[in-house]
Write a protein that binds this ligand. Structure first.
Ligand SMILES: [Cu+2]
Length: 176
């Protein structure tokens, strides 16, 4: 018994298979070569109490703690809050070719954060801490862009990151 497949139908079957295969290859390419992955950190926080020293999260995101700091093991950590309409701190300076861990939380609604020429592109979901470690390989000033529509002034929500040579980078003991 042979199954009859209309030639036109056959063409569509092949086309669909090719599209699926191409999509797989694209995902594989971005995951292995460009190092782009879905965020894996699941950590809850009380977004309505971010500014308070107590509560879920233990005051990690109070105003005086925002910015860049060095952990005892030497890791650079940027603590950042996204809120309508801005990133706090708005200006960050980090050294080139150095792993930098970002810990970010939203104060209100869903935001995104994207930094060109890096794999930094993640959502900041209210109620969760977004954590991502990246390293920057291009010197210069780059915009920190919110890429999730968050309200009327969404287009004005941005920050700046300055990537400097390692020898020009000096971390002051305090944040910012
Ligand atoms: Cu936003």
């Amino acid at each position: 018994m042979s199954i009859h497949i209309d030639p036109l139908e056959k063409k569509w079957i092949i086309m669909s298979a090719v599209i699926i295969l191409l999509s797989w290859l694209l995902i594989l390419y971005y995951a292995s070569v460009e190092n782009i992955h879905p965020p894996s950190n699941v950590e809850v926080i009380d977004s309505a109490r971010l500014h308070l020293p107590s509560g879920v999260g233990g005051g990690e995101f109070t105003e005086d703690k925002l910015g860049l700091r060095k952990e005892p093991d030497g890791t650079l950590v940027v603590t950042m809050v996204a809120a309508r309409y801005g990133f706090y701190p708005q200006h960050i300076k980090v050294p080139i070719n150095t792993p930098v861990k970002f810990r970010m939380a939203s104060f209100d609604v869903l935001h995104g954060v994207l930094i060109p020429f890096s794999n930094m592109n993640t959502m900041i979901v209210p109620g969760y801490v977004s954590e991502l470690t990246t390293r920057f390989t291009k010197l210069g000033d780059f915009p920190v862009i919110c890429d999730e529509y968050c309200g009327l002034a969404h287009a004005y929500m941005y920050g700046m990151i300055k990537i400097v040579p390692k020898n020009e980078f000096k971390l002051t003991s305090e944040a910012h």
